[in-house]
Structures are given as structure tokens and as C-alpha cells.
Design a protein around this ligand. Sequence first.
Ligand SMILES: *[C@@H]1O[C@H](CO)[C@@H](O)[C@H](O)[C@H]1NC(C)=O
Ligand SMILES: *[C@@H]1O[C@H](CO)[C@@H](O)[C@H](O)[C@H]1NC(C)=O
Ligand SMILES: *[C@@H]1O[C@H](CO)[C@@H](O)[C@H](O)[C@H]1NC(C)=O
Ligand SMILES: *[C@@H]1O[C@H](CO)[C@@H](O)[C@H](O)[C@H]1NC(C)=O
Length: 277
Amino acid sequence: MSLKLVCFFLCTLTAPDRTGEDALLPAPQNISILSTNMKHFLTWSPVIIQGEIVRYSVEFQGEYEREYANESWIPTCECSLITATVCNITEDISATVAYNLRVRAVVGARRSEWGTLKGFFNRITTSLTPPLMKVTADGYHLLVELEDMGPAFQFCVLYWKEGQESRMQQKVVKDVSSVVHLDTMEAGPDYCVKAQTYVEAINRSSDFSQTQCVRVQGGTSMWLVTALISSAGFAVKVSEPPTQLILRGSEEAERCDLMVHVVPSEEVLRLWIQETL
Ligand SMILES: *[C@@H]1O[C@H](CO)[C@@H](O)[C@H](O)[C@H]1NC(C)=O
Ligand SMILES: *[C@@H]1O[C@H](CO)[C@@H](O)[C@H](O)[C@H]1NC(C)=O
Ligand SMILES: *[C@@H]1O[C@H](CO)[C@@H](O)[C@H](O)[C@H]1NC(C)=O
Ligand SMILES: *[C@@H]1O[C@H](CO)[C@@H](O)[C@H](O)[C@H]1NC(C)=O
């Protein structure tokens, strides 16, 4: 018997299994990834079976499983027999490598074939948004509060005195649990602040937030303000000492070298696809 015939024979033999139970359910379609700020979700279109509650199970395969573990798949613990058509895969995507993802529909003992994501997902393509921030003048103190976006996020904060944009200062903030003290201001000019996020795990930065400016209010003496702040027990966090940043050509950004590689997600995806193919 020729090889083709053997194959045909085997396939026909095994076919009843497949057409019997499995083929009753169509595989989920339109499988895609939504990834923003390092939070990743797999979504798919619902499989509609009249009068039945359809459940879904999701599995993933990282580079390791693909290359060193016999192409095995790992079930996600969060998305086993769920009724939602979205799965939070953030915990599963634990490395900056290419992942395969698949989902299948289940009704009782009946299961569908796996529907597989077209292409790979790499978290390096996540879209990063600028941080929400609140800049305040507390007496002579220039303070900034940043959104807590999770432990993976650092912030590069740039601040300057109005009219002295060429002498921007910078501060890298790694812990946003308290208000960050940026500078002591002089009365008169505006002080302006903008910030961007940086995620070390993927070596990428967001765009900058919109600039916010404040100035010293009223004429309270600095000593009084300091005394008030200490007595009120405010937790004003003084982070790493600022480094002077002269924005000129190649000297730009010794510390916040973060800010020179803002690449939009689509661009990262394009570059990444080029590299992997
Ligand atoms: C997939 O998405 C397209 C466009 O959103 C939609 O028209 C189509 O019905 C979806 N497929 C399924 C199986 O739901
Ligand atoms: C790899 O997977 C195939 C098919 O699932 C299986 O037959 C084989 O025994 C596996 N090999 C190892 C080393 O686990
Ligand atoms: C998704 O999972 C991550 C990690 O467990 C969690 O921080 C995040 O809040 C979850 N998001 C949603 C919308 O459930
Ligand atoms: C981060 O990316 C920049 C350029 O985009 C590169 O110069 C730098 O070496 C990278 N850093 C790491 C730790 O990969």
C-alpha cells in the first residue's frame, strides 16, 4: 500500500472520533489580543449553540514549550471552562518572547477543535499610555503625584522653570506610593512638569503626558511652609537626586535615555515581525 493510501485509511479510521463528538462544536473564531500597559487579554467571538451554555478553555505555548518541551501547551488557570469570551492572560505572559495562544469551546462532554491565534503574541508590542499625573505647588515645593500602573512601571519626570526649557531637570521615579518632591521653587515663574512611563522588561517608553505648570501661591515664607509640612506629617518623598539634563544633541538624556526610544506599538510590532521572520 502506498503511503498516501495508508494515510487515507488511517484518517478515515480515526475520522468517526472527530466527526462524532468534536465536530459538533465549531471552533472559536476572530481570536485576537488586546494589550495595553502590560495587561494582556485574549478575545474571541462567541460560539453560539442554541439552548446551551458554551464554555471556553484557553492554553498557551511560550518559546520554551515550543522549542524544548515537545511543543506542549499549558492550560491557563484563570480561563478553564469560563463563559466569558475574554481571558486575562497577563500572568501567563511572563517573558518577553513569542507566545502561541489557542481557545476551544466546550459544552458538557463535547468539545471543539482549537482555534489558534494567527501569528504570535509578544508583550513587547503592548501599547503604553502616558501616566496620569497631578502637579501641585505646596508653598515653595513642586510636587507630583503619578498614577500607580503596577510594579513593572517606572516614570521619567522632566521639569523646568518657564523660559528655561533648555535646562530641564529629570527624575526617575520607581515607587509611586507617595507624593514625589521635585524641586524648591522661586516665587514668580511657572514650573512645568511632564512624565512618561518606562517598562524595563520590554525596554520601551510611552509618550509624554501633557505638560502641567504651577507657580508659588501667595507669599508664605519657605520656613513656615516647611514647618507646616513637617508638623502635618506629610509624607513627601524625596527620590533619587535629580540630574541636570541639558537638551542638546547627543548629550541628551544621560539618565532618562528612556525617553529617546518612544516607538508606537504598531511600529514595534512591525519591527518585531521583521526580526522574527
Ligand atoms: C468575526 O468578526 C467579524 C467582524 O467583526 C464578524 O463579522 C464575524 O461574524 C465574526 N465571526 C464570528 C464567528 O463571530
Ligand atoms: C512528543 O509529543 C508526541 C505527540 O504528542 C508524543 O507522541 C511523544 O511521545 C512526545 N515526546 C516526548 C519526548 O515527550
Ligand atoms: C488582569 O490580571 C492582572 C494580573 O493578575 C491584574 O493585575 C489585572 O487587574 C487584571 N485585569 C482585569 C481587568 O481583570
Ligand atoms: C533599550 O533600547 C535602546 C534603544 O532603543 C538601546 O540603546 C538599549 O541598549 C536598550 N537597553 C537594553 C537594556 O536592552
